[in-house]
Design a protein around this ligand. Structure first.
Ligand SMILES: [Zn+2]
Length: 1010
């Protein structure tokens, strides 16, 4: 056996792979193994770690100095059929049949990455087989190019338009002020080098990409000698190399003509071809300057104004510096910007996507003409901080924040290994040693030592990164209605230009070919080539988080419920204190979202808010207010469960919560501070509330278009239950009407309302929940009695349920939500739209619900994908049953014609309800549903999930019951499910369409209140 961790084997080869180095990675309790395949040049870095969730990622350096979007279109197209898997979309087939816990493809400005993860070994290799075939042997047919990239289409009125999945996706990116402004800011900093361009593709440029140039791009960048294969987990290195050797190496050698060893095959550092090295070079501005650009006014409350400094390569001291001066509202630079009132929202931070990083400071929502004031303020503040030095509190708070975040495990958008992958690739793709960025903890400990020894160290950093810098770039993005006008004009001209050279006959042929290709429904025989995992091989017993219910003496001598989650939190603890709000009169409910977000932000105990935030930062990771709502549904089992805990008064309640997270070693200080906050909360700082109002309004405006799907969805469900009505009042269009009522004139009145709400909720009693590891629990649990006394927590009083009638008056334009004869329309300025349809579905915890789940997974991956994404050009569409609410919901995402999608969806549902799908298709779909159910959660989320499920009468153990139903679903049951969903939708469906103002669609228009 070849031992990859034996340093005597360095420079030895295994199956043509030379072992180049072995790295110790203590910060991640792992080892790293670096290898290169001599003949093909393929490089491998395996992070060997005791983690069952294995991940692999094929990465290629892909760089263009144009905005044609070739890398992005390539990313989509490689997944549209390959030599061994000649399907329309092996990727979506894989999504619908594998047990993956993560499967994706990502285009970065300088690379393209294809990652996948699984807890099951066979499944992992199945995916590796499909992905390796896709990246090295894609078909890249012309029909794929025009589907994913761009093409002209004629509509019913003979009007030409440009279509394409990537084309439409990127149109969405060019719709919001914040996205365009930010993109232009980064472009401006790197003239004549790749970041200046849009790697995703600019819709005005994409149509200039030719099919030949597209094919050449693959040839150039997807060569094995430009491939970086990242591996992570506990599958032995040898097994992975054996797999590659057996399945791919000889085929790759043949296709890519690898006849001799690559140059520098023994190099200890990554080998990069000169041509690619040249493309990687970054050019920087050499003189200070001011740059102005235009961006769409959609979602803007003013201009975006920033000052920018080049800060060199990534390191921990910059991260620290950025936290000290602008990490939170009370940090000196952020506070100065915030208190100036020159803008709505502060933007301070380090931008670290490229080898050369940028620090940026500024404001969103600045009135035209105030730009210079912003620049002067930033310069003045930085000089002041440098001259006077930084408050020790700010330093301690930054250190605590970083210490905390280095310990906390987060699954932001995939497994934790994805974050490690990104760090490794950043160095690796740029010619650095793979583990060079994997020492965050070690480096931070060293920095802490320096900070202790040299009290002036932070000032020195300010001098180094700001005062001594010669180049400062001032950047303004102006929100302008001209932006869309100019772009629409340019699009018209582009279409005209394309029309001149148009070969109508060739276009007709292309489109016929495309439509035939899209309409072809793959048979089970065709998709059988994709390897699958059998139901019989699955471990049917789920790993469920446990939660324990204890009692603790309340300050009034009664018993208080305390929930305890014992999870591997790595020396951290998470504490929730919840107070019910369901004793309040319904008229107060609309204020709760803003109220809960201001809790812990207005100061306490007579101290000013910024002092409080700084104090808090030195003691805890964070403390925040929140809302928790829900209900248990009507299932028999849930009802019994709720009945069992009736006397505790905690089931089916609606809550306001205050939660904190902290190091267990700081438990005593944290709990004392938490009690102080609860008992001494202030509601009297009018100036602070005014500024939070300004920030809230700006956030809501900026998020309107990007949140379109959510707004449509909440609106479509608003009247389906009191719980959904609450959701619309809290987070839907209705909330915008409430936000509008928050004005400067009414600040003191708002504070009075908040104070009243707070006091009433506290009187209603409390429930506690803690998540921590065993060691931490041992020390913290005994302290909680004292905490409860000091916080003056009392036992829970019974609540009441709000009826729909009670809530209806607070739903904005509720008569339109009731009118089922017409869709509700939310019209805005946007180049793309969203649709939402809601209709009845089955009861939770039944066979029928399980069948609906399987049906929805199949329907999404096949029918909706084909018709709404591939043919309709939307970025996404999905249907899912919310069986607790007995509702089925369909939404589309970044959709060029949401009104059509609604009809397409209803027709597709009808059609599928008339067909019985083959049992083997159903089984594959069940396997993929199983995969979704076993995606691991990080420790704090395991605790939170177990707690909420308990409160709402659906304890996590019920998940096992659902799984048992799921694994037994038959094709007959799926057909019944489709029939029931369709007949229910035919009788009752609520449609909401979120689209551009110019769309001519019949319906009830919901006026945007803000
Ligand atoms: Zn894309």
């Amino acid at each position: 056996m070849f031992n990859f961790l034996d340093s005597n084997n360095i420079n030895q080869s295994y199956k043509g792979f030379t072992l180049l180095s072995i790295d110790d990675i203590p910060d991640y309790k792992a080892k790293g193994v670096y290898l290169r395949h001599k003949r093909t040049g393929l490089e491998v870095y395996h992070i060997i770690k005791d983690d069952k969730e294995n991940l692999f990622a094929f990465a290629f350096r892909t760089i263009s100095k144009d905005s044609l979007g070739t890398a992005h279109i390539m990313e989509h197209s490689t997944l549209c059929g390959s030599e061994k898997y000649p399907l329309k979309e092996p990727f979506s087939t894989l999504v619908g049949t594998s047990v993956n816990t993560f499967l994706n493809a990502l285009t970065y400005p300088d690379k393209t990455v294809y990652p996948a993860a699984s807890l099951i070994r066979d499944d992992y290799f199945n995916m590796m087989d499909v992905y390796a075939d896709a990246v090295f042997f894609p078909k890249l047919e012309h029909v794929t190019f025009i589907q994913e990239g761009h093409r002209l289409e004629l509509d019913e009125n003979n009007n030409l338009s440009i279509q394409g999945v990537v084309y439409n996706e990127m149109k969405g990116n060019y719709s919001s002020f914040a996205q365009v402004a930010f993109k232009d800011q980064i472009s401006a900093m790197f003239p004549d080098s790749f970041p200046q361009y849009e790697s995703g593709g600019d819709p005005l440029e994409i149509p200039n990409l030719t099919y030949q140039a597209f094919l050449d791009f693959h040839q150039k960048f997807y060569n094995p000698d430009n491939c970086l294969l990242f591996l992570y987990g506990d599958i032995p290195t040898a097994d992975q190399l054996d797999f590659l050797d057996q399945r791919f190496i000889s085929r790759i050698e043949k296709k890519y003509n690898c006849i001799k060893d690559v140059e520098n095959a023994d190099s200890k550092l990554p080998v990069i071809k000169d041509e690619i090295k040249e493309l990687q070079k970054l050019k920087l501005l050499t003189k200070s300057t001011e740059i102005r650009t235009l961006a769409p006014d959609t979602g803007a409350t003013g201009n975006y104004v920033t000052m920018n400094w080049y800060t060199g390569e990534v390191n921990i001291e910059k991260y620290y510096l950025s936290e000290v001066i602008g990490g939170n509202d009370s940090s000196p630079l952020a506070r100065a910007l915030k208190e100036s009132g020159l803008g709505d929202e502060v933007n301070c931070g380090n931008f670290g996507q490229f080898v050369q990083e940028i620090y940026s400071a500024g404001l969103w929502g600045v009135k035209k003409g105030n730009e210079k004031k912003v620049y002067d303020l930033i310069e003045k503040t930085i000089h002041e901080i440098y001259e006077k030095g930084i408050d020790q509190k700010d330093i301690d708070s930054a250190i605590m924040g970083i210490d905390f975040s280095l310990r906390e495990e987060n699954r932001y958008w995939g497994p934790v290994s994805i974050q490690i992958m990104e760090k490794v690739l950043k160095g690796w793709s740029n010619g650095k040693a793979c583990p060079s960025l994997l020492t965050p903890i070690t480096s931070f400990e060293a920095l802490k030592k320096k900070l202790k020894e040299d009290k002036d160290f932070t000032r020195k950093l300010i001098k180094k990164y700001f005062i001594d810098q010669k180049v400062v770039v001032k950047f303004v993005s102006e929100a302008s209605p001209e932006y869309f006008k100019q772009r629409n004009k340019a699009e018209e001209n582009l279409i005209k230009k394309l029309e001149v050279n148009l070969d109508k006959a060739a276009l007709k042929k292309d489109l016929e070919e495309l439509h035939a290709y899209q309409q072809h429904v793959e048979t089970p025989e065709e998709t059988a080539c994709i390897p699958t995992t059998k139901i019989s091989s699955l471990d049917t017993k789920l790993d469920l988080p446990k939660i324990e219910l204890k009692t603790i003496k309340a300050s009034d001598g009664s018993d208080l419920s305390l929930f305890v989650s014992d999870e591997e939190t790595n020396g951290l603890f998470y504490l929730d204190v919840l107070f019910p709000f369901d004793r309040l009169d319904a008229k107060y409910l609309q204020y709760l979202p803003f109220f809960s977000s201001t809790l812990t932000n207005l100061g306490w105990n007579g101290k000013k808010w910024d002092e409080c935030i700084a104090e808090c930062g030195c003691i805890m990771g964070d403390i925040w207010g929140r809302i928790t709502t829900g209900f248990s549904g009507d299932s028999e089992l849930s009802r019994k469960f709720v009945e069992k805990y009736k006397d505790y008064n905690f089931c089916n309640r609606q809550w306001i919560g205050i939660s904190c997270k902290a190091l267990s070693s700081m438990a005593k200080e944290s709990l004392d501070l938490f009690s102080e906050i609860i008992t001494e909360m202030s509601f009297d700082d009018e100036k602070r509330l005014s500024s939070l109002i300004q920030e809230l309004k700006s956030e809501k405006k900026a998020g309107l278009v990007s949140g379109g799907r959510d707004y449509a969805l909440k609106r479509a469900r608003a009247l389906s239950s009191p719980n959904q009505a609450l959701s619309e009042i809290f987070w839907g269009i209705s909330q915008l009407a409430t936000v509008k009522t928050y004005t400067k004139q009414k600040v003191s009145e708002t504070l009075k309302i908040f104070k009243y709400i707070y006091e009433e909720c506290l009187k209603a009693g409390a429930v506690l929940h803690i998540t921590a590891d065993k060691e931490s629990l041992k020390t913290i649990l005994p302290m909680l009695q004292d905490f409860v006394q000091k916080s003056k927590l009392t036992k829970l009083l019974p609540g009441k349920e709000y009826s729909l009638e009670e809530l209806k008056p607070f739903i904005y334009q509720s008569d339109y939500a009731e009118d089922l004869s017409k869709p509700q329309l939310i019209k805005v300025s946007s180049q793309t739209g969203y649709a939402a349809v809601s209709s009845p579905a089955s009861q939770y915890l039944t066979k029928e619900a399980a069948a609906e789940n399987v049906f929805s997974a199949w329907f999404n991956m096949h029918t909706l994908w084909d018709r709404i994404r591939m043919t309709g050009g939307a970025y996404g569409a999905s249907f899912w049953p919310d069986n607790i609410e007995k509702t089925g919901i369909m939404t589309t995402y970044r959709d060029p014609s949401p009104e059509k999608s609604v009809q397409v969806y209803l027709e597709a549902l009808k059609e599928i309800s008339q067909t019985e799908l083959p049992q083997e298709e159903i089984e594959k779909t069940i396997v993929s549903c199983y995969g979704d159910a076993i995606v691991p959660l990080c420790p704090k989320d395991r605790g939170a999930r177990a707690f909420e499920c308990f409160l709402y009468g659906n304890p996590v153990e019920f998940k096992q019951i659902r799984m048992d139903y799921l694994l037994k679903v038959t094709s007959k049951e799926v057909k019944n499910a489709a029939e029931n969903l369709y007949s229910a939708a035919k009788k009752e469906n609520h449609q909401v369409i979120f689209c551009d103002k110019s769309k001519k669609i019949g319906g009830n228009i919901i006026q945007i209140p803000l």
